[in-house]
Design a protein around this ligand. Sequence first.
Ligand code: DQA
Length: 145
Amino acid sequence: MRKILVIHGPNLNLLGKREIDVYGTVTIDEINKDLEKLAKSKKVALEIIQLSHEGDIVERIGNSKGKFNAIVINPAAYTHTSVAIRDAISAVDIPTVEVHLSNIYAREEFRHTSLVAPVAKGQVSGFGKMSYLLGLEAAIGLIEG
Ligand code: DQA
């Protein structure tokens, strides 16, 4: 069975309590439940993790070669700062979809740059929980050709 790794970056464990005006009331558990439901219907297996530390994310991506067919990642704040995460994605050469709950281009200027976007297959930004579901659909589409 095809396997997809879903990575939630820092502070996404606080969803539902965090900046509700920006991110809404959806919780990470609700997102994960819907991702699992979609994956089941598409007959793919998921591993979902939330990691707060940059190095942990880098390590996890680095260890994914040969284990996962695709990655869906919300790098959260590291989107805008992390050369290390970008290089890890580049290094493992696993098709990767970048997702964001909020529309990063409609927010502060420092969020308009994603260091991950150039090494991702594509980006989904601004649709709340739907960004993850669309991102997963895209990842499945990529691995099924
Ligand atoms: C985010 C957008 C980032 O700019 C921010 O730092 C996050 C969440 C999003 O999903 O909209 O933590 O990645």
